[in-house]
Design a protein around this ligand. Structure first.
Ligand code: PLP
Ligand code: COI
Length: 354
């Protein structure tokens, strides 16, 4: 543990809630561990972070988060290996991406030491909350928002950086069916699609609800201009397998640069799978579904891990994906989760022991 980590003040809960948790039956992100890390930005600088009991945060009704939505977040997971070590996956990439989002939303960047030492200390304090059963993990939610007040539509002068954690099971339960969007858009060129800004998710809720009402779980977003190209889903990047080739859209202004996505591209290439990062048209996916060349579609993300897509809708047609013997999705999921949980070697140096 670094000296900086040791210096973080910890105000522990009087009594842990952990006994009330059924670790064998965890939903995603709905119960929260005992503590949270809190760090305030005021007078032009980040103050010393502290670890506090998980509790409501008091805010001024004029705080700019409520009015102008200056809010960004990250998603990470902690795992325990067989020896009981706590492991993270590429955590520095989350820190870098949080600051990329911060720049776009005019939120002050968080120093690496606060992010990494705060996270390490929090996991040290709440280490018992990391589930060990397969498919579960401790989901970590670092976020930053404008706590400074004022109705003037301009950036706030005070912010909070908080990390909360939630022992979690799978993000999706059951088969995933998606609707390829033909009207609404998640992001536009020059916009904030590449940032993990809270508003990006709020903007998805309405079209996603329309899709849910039609029997789908998620929307696959298409480009805002023509709706001819597949971009990503609400909480994950999308891979399509046509024949034996894996396709995924290049990242852009409009698409989140997923850490799972780039890891899967690397793992697949190293496994000898042909991977192409190129624009994927809805027309080619529909044509491949009709001809039988469409073998797989899956989402990739921290929460979703690798989520196979069982079928998709487009306009008024529905298409089912075949059930394969040993799909790429299952192979890639095993490789990435084995690396994450220390069940295999990590040739990439992605695993981070806390
Ligand atoms: N796309 C969106 C919109 C997301 O919210 C996420 C989740 O973080 C992803 C993609 C996948 O990113 P990552 O693999 O870094 O979790
Ligand atoms: C994640 O995968 O960590 C995300 O942030 C997606 C979220 C919307 C659950």
């Amino acid at each position: 543990m670094s000296t900086a980590t040791q210096n973080i003040v910890v105000n522990k809960v009087e009594k842990s809630k952990i006994d009330q948790v059924d670790f064998s039956n965890l939903a995603f992100g709905s119960i929260f561990s005992d503590h949270m890390l809190v760090c305030n930005f005021k007078n032009g600088e980040w103050q010393a972070p502290t670890i506090e009991p998980y509790a409501p945060i008091q805010l001024d009704p004029a705080a700019k988060i409520f009015h102008y939505g200056q809010s960004i977040f990250e998603g990470m997971k902690a795992y325990k290996d067989e020896k009981g070590s706590t492991l993270l996956f590429r955590p520095k990439d989350n820190w870098i991406r949080l600051n990329k989002s911060a720049e776009r939303m005019v939120i002050p960047e968080i120093p690496e030491a606060i992010f990494m030492d705060g996270l390490t200390k929090l996991l040290d304090v709440d280490g018992d909350w990391i589930p060990t059963n397969e498919g579960s993990s401790l989901y970590i939610r670092p976020f930053m928002f404008a706590s400074g007040n004022g109705f003037h539509a301009s950036p706030a002068d005070e912010y909070k950086f908080v990390i909360c954690t939630a022992p979690s099971g799978a993000y999706f339960s059951g088969k995933v069916k998606v609707l390829i969007e033909e009207k609404y858009a998640r992001a536009a060129n020059g916009g904030v699609g590449y940032a993990k800004a809270g508003g990006n998710y709020a903007a998805q809720f309405y079209p996603t609800q329309l899709a849910i009402d039609r029997g789908y779980n998620q929307v696959i977003w298409t480009d805002d201009n023509t709706h001819e190209y597949i971009e990503e889903a609400g909480a994950m990047n999308i891979f399509v397998r046509i024949g034996d080739t894996l396709l995924t859209s290049p990242t852009s202004d409009r698409i989140l640069d997923g850490i799972t996505r780039k890891s899967i591209i690397q793992i697949a290439k190293d496994a000898g799978i042909e991977v192409k990062e190129r624009k994927v048209t809805v027309a080619e996916v529909v044509a491949a579904a009709k001809s039988g060349d469409l073998k797989e579609m899956f989402g990739a993300g921290t929460a979703a891990v690798i989520s196979p897509i069982a079928g998709f809708g487009y306009k008024n047609e529905d298409f089912d994906l075949p059930e394969l013997e040993n799909p790429y999705a299952a192979q890639l999921k095993k490789t990435i989760t084995d690396i994450q949980t220390n069940k295999s070697e990590d040739p990439y140096g992605w695993r981070f022991e806390v």
